[in-house]
Design a protein around this ligand. Structure first.
Ligand SMILES: Cc1cc2nc3c(=O)[nH]c(=O)nc-3n(C[C@H](O)[C@H](O)[C@H](O)COP(=O)(O)OP(=O)(O)OC[C@H]3O[C@@H](n4cnc5c(N)ncnc54)[C@H](O)[C@@H]3O)c2cc1C
Length: 584
């Protein structure tokens, strides 16, 4: 057994504990092998399932993340057919000094699955959940809910729920991602209650993670001295770190509270100026606060160097409103999922020596949107919730995304947005004045609720510890998150200089008694002037502080990291980046 590489990657304090565990597992394997040649023992062996599952293929496959910023041509991969097979792979990996990384659709940006230092020699096995771990079952207890394998695609889950009369208030806009991948990073949509809205039973305006009633994870079992499938109930203390796990565990299935499905009308506005929409609070115009009151469900796409954002507002509308087109399937903006060739050619120019084409690119994409909404009659559409909540296909342009959530009070949303937009504009203009164009894709703004455990109506439900939407116990009036994202084409000159600049401002500005900032796990953060996910201060101090502030130490970052380490004492659900992030 060659464990040298695995040991080399481990921080010193873990070394002896890991060596001990691997020795215990190796002894178990040996026992397993000798019992196979000895007399047959009745019933299942305590050590069965520690070798690589028979008949499960292991092959080398390419791994490429969403924006192509992480590309590895050949990574050992497998696709377990059952949760028990996944359990066996995990134990095989532990014994043989491999890391195990769950793999969904690979539509993530941050290096949570594989870190940049991964090489052909890295002892890691990807466990692809999508081919087989996709069971779906409606349940009535303890409340209407769905039990789903984590490999199920979000679009399939939502279609299944719709068939059973159920749905979610908000979901990620992209449907071709796995449920497990979405939960790992507290996948969210955009919704807070409109002013006159009556809450549905079990309704949460937070992330998908806050819907979890129970989950099955493969974690260390002290009793069995191996990794084993374990069911966690939402009332179990340890589940708080698994609701949003960052991939620091392997979750095979989850039970999610569901709501009665709703019909939604989605109206697009492209005629309101940024000045009006993002004005200082109290302007009296068609600002974000006014739309939050009337709709509660908003997404802004504001193309770079243009003056009229594309605002989508969803309205709960049981009946089809006059003038609204009924849609029977999702992805109703084909013009943004499949940009015409002249536009993608222009995009190519931006990174091949002509970054100054950014204003033209922004104006062109705005024009494509305006023409596309008209041509496809998609400005005002209506139907069962998933048909308007899902609107991004994997064919959309693959760009880099910087993103943070600002947690605050609902009545401060307009101020938060106004401050961000003003600073973004000033900085962009200053860069432009010096001939630099770091941003060529839109700003995206969304608003959601927080992950209040009480929302789902299960007494004793634990709070999510690592979600960007975890409530602040010391600020019970903070009920809203403003998601602030800036997109640009990978390879754009000065992009990280700009992102670092605005990130430092954002963290310093949204702080204190009124608000705080947390990174959107799946996207870009911790920027140096050259790369994302590297700034040591943000990783080792800022993030732990943002996930500890206002909580008792027993629920802070350090305690959460200790819980994750106890569930994975051999440190197999790790990569170098996660090891830096979650060292606690
Ligand atoms: C175009 C686009 C639009 C998006 N829009 C939204 C949006 O509206 N809202 C939003 O919240 N997010 C959005 N995202 C981000 C997306 O939700 C995340 O990147 C998500 O993690 C992708 O899921 P995946 O199946 O591709 O996971 P992968 O990229 O394969 O994995 C991501 C992480 O999840 C872990 N993981 C996967 N499965 C499991 C499991 N079973 N157990 C434990 N860990 C697991 C992996 O190990 C890895 O660490 C968008 C992404 C794209 C590309």
């Amino acid at each position: 057994m060659d464990t040298r590489n695995a040991f080399r990657l481990l921080p010193a304090p873990l070394l002896s504990r890991r060596r001990f565990l691997l020795t215990a597992l190796a002894a178990a394997i040996a026992a397993c092998r000798s019992s196979a040649t000895g007399p047959a023992t009745p019933g299942p062996s305590a050590h069965a399932g520690l070798s690589f599952p028979e008949g499960l293929e292991r092959q080398r496959e390419p791994f490429e993340n969403w924006a192509g910023e992480l590309r590895f041509p050949s990574v050992l991969s497998c696709a377990p057919r059952t949760a028990e097979e996944a359990e066996a792979v995990v134990n095989w990996a532990a014994v043989n000094g491999y890391a195990v990384r769950a793999r969904g659709a690979m539509h993530n940006w941050s290096p949570l699955a594989l870190s940049p230092d991964t090489s052909a020699e890295t002892r890691v096995i990807l466990l692809d959940t999508i081919p087989h771990l996709r069971s779906l079952e409606m349940l009535a207890e303890p409340m209407p809910c769905v039990r789903a394998g984590t490999g199920v695609l979000m679009e399939d889950l939502l279609a299944f729920l719709e068939d059973h009369g159920h749905g979610f208030t908000a979901t990620p806009a992209v449907g071709a991602i796995s449920l497990g991948g979405a939960l790992a990073i507290n996948g969210h949509g955009c919704a807070i209650p409109a002013r006159n809205e009556t809450a549905l039973p079990r309704q949460t305006y937070g992330s998908l993670s806050n819907r979890i009633l129970a989950l099955t994870a493969i974690v260390w079992s002290a009793e069995r001295q191996r990794y084993a499938l374990r069911r966690f109930d939402r009332r179990d203390a340890d589940i708080g770190v698994l609701l949003t796990s960052l991939g620091r565990a392997l979750i095979t299935d989850v039970t999610l509270a569901v709501e009665p499905n709703q019909n939604l009308r989605c109206v697009s506005y492209i005629d309101i100026t940024a000045d009006e929409m993002f004005a200082a609070p109290g302007s009296g115009g068609r600002d974000m606060a006014s739309f939050l009151d009337s709709s509660g469900r908003l997404e802004v796409i504001w193309y770079a160097f243009t003056d009229k954002p594309w605002l989508k507002a969803w309205y709960v509308s049981p009946q089809q409103p006059a003038g609204s087109r009924a849609v029977s399937s999702p992805y109703n903006y084909p013009f943004s999922d499949n940009l015409p060739k002249p536009v993608t050619d222009l995009a190519q120019q931006l990174v091949s020596g002509h970054p100054e084409s950014a204003p033209l690119f922004g104006q062109t994409t705005y024009a494509v949107t305006a023409a596309g909404l008209l041509a496809t009659a998609s400005s005002d559409i209506w139907g069962p919730s998933k048909n308007t909540l899902l609107f991004i296909k994997p064919t959309t342009l693959r760009v880099h995304e910087f993103s943070y959530a600002v947690i605050t009070r609902r009545d401060r949303a307009q101020q938060v947005i106004h401050d961000f937009v003003k600073t973004y504009q000033e900085k962009l203009a200053a860069y432009q004045a010096s001939g630099r164009y770091p941003v060529n894709m839109p700003v995206e703004i969304r608003i959601s609720g927080l992950d209040h455990a009480g929302d789902i109506g299960l007494a004793g439900a634990q709070e999510s510890r690592l979600s960007a939407l975890s409530p602040r116990p010391d600020h019970p009036d903070w009920d809203t998150a403003i998601w602030l994202a800036i997109l640009t084409i990978p390879g754009t000159p000065d992009m990280h200089v700009f992102f670092r600049d605005i990130e430092q401002w954002l963290i310093g500005h949204y702080t204190g008694a009124e608000s705080m900032a947390r990174p959107e796990w799946s996207k870009g953060w911790a920027n140096s002037t050259e790369a994302a996910w590297v700034d040591a201060d943000i990783i080792s101090r800022g993030i732990p502080a943002a996930l500890s502030a206002g909580r008792p130490a027993s629920h802070g970052w350090q305690a959460s990291m200790a819980t994750l380490a106890a569930l994975d004492p051999a440190g197999i659900y790790q990569n170098d980046f996660l090891r830096r992030l979650t060292r606690g």
